[in-house]
Design a protein around this ligand. Sequence first.
Ligand code: SF4
Ligand code: FE
Length: 536
Amino acid sequence: MAPPDGSAQASAAPLRTGADYIASLRGRGLRVFYAGARVEEPVDHPVIRPSIQAVAETYDLAVREPELASVTSPSSGERVSRFLHVARSREDLVLQNKMQRRLGQLTGTCFQRCVGMDALNALHSVTHDIDAAHQTGYHARLEAFIELVQAGNLVIGGAMTDVKGDRGKAPHQQADPDLFVHVVERRADGVVIRGAKAHQTGCINSHWLVVMPTMRLGPEDRDYAIIGAIPVDAPGITYVYGRQSCDSRSLEPTALDRGNPRYAGQEALVIFDDVFIPTERVFMDGEVEFAATLVERFTCYHRRSYVCKSGVGDVLIGAAATIAEQNGVPRASHIRDKLVEMTHLNETIYATGIAASHQGQATASGAYINDEMLANVCKHHVTRLPFELGRLAQDLAGGLVATLPTGADLESEEVGPLLRKYLATTAEVSVEDRWKILRLIENMTLGRNAVGYLTESLHGAGSPQAQRIQIGRQQQLDYKKRLARRIAGIGEFGESAEEPGDIGKGEAGGFFARVFDSDEPEPEPEPEPEPVDQAE
Ligand code: SF4
Ligand code: FE
């Protein structure tokens, strides 16, 4: 398969299956480092391979369940991956969430494609709005890029989070100007960028990176207001693989200790050392006032994309129920109650995310965007509830989840028989099967995929405080005070308690209040923008 530089992509047959996708990653010559050494072929590296297989699952799902994971492209009329389709209806938004939950169920980890999807979702309306304000031509370039990646059925990584240096300083104030990605040279045919992006989900497994600013920018940050698409194998890019807890389990000879032997997530530090972006792939250059708009729209989409964790949670609940069965106590009332609690917490994540999508609205470009308040509530739940789900799963697993010997001991002729004798539970349960479920719970709550299920749940798409700021901005306290005053019979602002004015417009709930109660003054802007700290 041809390496995915821009010209080869335009002519190559579209990737279809997971196997096609994996073949497309070979021979690209990426500059990847892991454990102090250059990785010659990431596809064959035992630590990296499970993350590639998680992305491959997105392709195979589109073959098996095309209604869920693919969509008819409005431009080409062909079926294309749902990850490459800009949402143009509430149904599109909802189906993105349903696909994400399904893939979480199938992989038990991060399948890495949502950042690119939400970058396209957000850029569709933002490029349209920049063009309207500045008579630029970004939107048409973006649409041409979307057609290109749809034609090849390629993977896009969204590169937002800068390394940020001194958090108290703006990009242009940093001692080292490269601590935020910026333009270092403008040529007749494009721009050259330098800097680094941290925690980049699935970047090595992508074909293209879309580089975007990470926070609100001021006039002096003009060179930092750059958005562009770059082939992953462009000259000047270095990838340093992010270590995941227990990732070296993948290097051990027995699969017994891997927990989730097939799938894993991926994050890496991406360093851009004078990387060229041709003009036709630049979607913002210098329009600083739209940086905050982009970040807000991207996080709005992406915070409801975290329903992915409800799919992963389904796997953890299944593992907890299985270990209870294997331990011979599936019907104990406290165990059943803990499983109910896990389910309740997990569905709470899903409910808020999918509700955000159901409440989507059209933007000026025709792209639909989900409800911002509910998306922030979804992501805020995700910063907490998986930790409680993990605690309950460890509770149900028992102490053995943390004290199990190595798989090599179980396979040893000398000590293995003793372990089989003393780790037996019921006649129907093999020691190996119980071992694997314990290792899966360990993997998801302490090991390699705890990175995605727990810590990445905390920081991805913004750390908890970023959601609290957005929730605070939209909480409509004045409106809610008027509701209370009306019920209590307290007049205010010249109104009598019997004349509630337009208060009834909000009666259907928070969403309608936010949409229709337009006479509430905008809340004061935050004095300092909260960096998004987008862990992807
Ligand atoms: Fe998608 Fe992000 Fe969830 Fe990974 S963590 S599956 S990229 S939403
Ligand atoms: Fe993420």
